[in-house]
Design a protein around this ligand. Structure first.
Ligand code: 2HA
Ligand code: ZN
Length: 323
């Protein structure tokens, strides 16, 4: 009798609540466990769904943040992420069977065997959040670093980003120089930075100094400065080689009349770097729209004082005296 009553109370009087709580609690528990790097749930092997993995969610969020900023009209811009070995292991059972190798167009032996999550050529950033499996791909490089093959994504067909040569050459440079810490390369069509390439000399020293002067945080966020590439045809080997050469010195490279490339350790740092440069460019565009001559600014000695307090080293080549 007692058994029947309690059963009755639970199921008949509050069935919605009981079922709801059970479902929600189970889901919460599952989410908690999926978020760990363990691939076991309650003693059973759990094969991570690619779209559930933290790096894919971070990638999609960053792409959408860039779109919301207005940096990705149509199919403008591209993003790539070098997977960690444990991420590759985690998703391996869900990758497609290996297909054909395709030439990258450049040689990146320092990235042999690595896996990358990349945006697709011709895909729109605004669609990534709604249909990531159509817009993105995971590619694998061969043992010579000259060919890639698609292992996930681009389910309606397509190729990795048209800027794959620049992305991979930048990754190769940064992997070596940062002992593997840098994993993200981001290219965006940043309006204000592009506008400045029509009015400032296309010179690393000028761009670095003017951007540093336009916002106090800049020398702390990009103490090495920024590199500038004069106008070139995008998408090929030549612009990739030129950009990668500058990436040996800088984490930021501006492409005249086109956009910006940034390199960083993770999605937050890389997005934050590009966002900071673009914000500073916006301030400079506003200054130049008001007057050709600044009444006051941050001086070379101010920068030296900043460097001391914030413990960054600012190369003297950018702290020249202006006439
Ligand atoms: O269309 O941004 O540089 C993608 C690009 C090419
Ligand atoms: Zn572009």
């Amino acid at each position: 009798m007692w058994f029947c009553e309690s059963f009755f109370l639970k199921i008949v009087y509050k069935p919605h609540k009981t079922i709801y709580n059970t479902l929600v609690n189970n889901k919460k528990q599952l989410k908690r466990e999926i978020n760990t790097t363990e691939n076991h749930i309650n003693g059973r092997i759990y094969i991570m769904k690619i779209l559930e993995s933290k790096f894919v969610r971070g990638f999609i969020k960053m792409a959408d943040d860039g779109y919301q900023q207005g940096w990705h009209e149509r199919n403008g811009g591209n993003l790539s992420y070098r997977l960690k070995p444990e991420e590759v292991e985690m998703i391996k059972p869900r990758l497609n069977a290996p297909g054909e190798w395709t030439p990258i167009g450049v040689e990146v032996p320092g990235l042999a065997g690595e896996f990358f999550l990349v945006t697709g050529s011709g895909k729109y950033f605004r669609n990534i959040i709604v249909d990531p499996e159509v817009c993105l791909a995971i590619i694998e490089l061969d043992e010579t670093g000259t060919n890639y093959r698609i292992r996930w994504g681009l389910v309606e067909g397509g190729r990795p980003t048209s800027e794959l040569p620049t992305h991979l050459m930048n990754h190769e440079v940064k992997k070596k120089l940062t002992n593997g810490r840098h994993r993200v390369i981001y290219h965006a069509h940043t309006t204000n930075t592009i506008a400045l390439t029509f009015v400032l000399p296309l010179d690393d020293k000028v761009f670095t100094r003017e951007l540093w002067e336009s916002a106090t945080e800049c020398p702390v966020v990009f103490p090495d400065g920024v590199g500038v590439v004069g106008w070139m045809v995008p998408g090929g080997r030549e612009i990739a080689v030129k950009t990668a050469e500058l990436m040996k010195k800088y984490d930021v490279v501006i492409w005249a009349h086109h956009g910006m490339f940034c390199s960083g350790e993770d999605f937050d740092l890389t997005f934050g770097l590009l966002h900071t440069v673009e914000k500073s460019a916006e301030i400079l565009v506003k200054i130049l729209s008001m007057t050709p001559r600044k009444l006051q600014t941050i001086t070379p000695d101010n920068f030296r004082a900043l460097a001391k307090d914030f413990k960054v080293s600012l190369p003297e080549e950018f702290l020249y005296e202006k006439e």
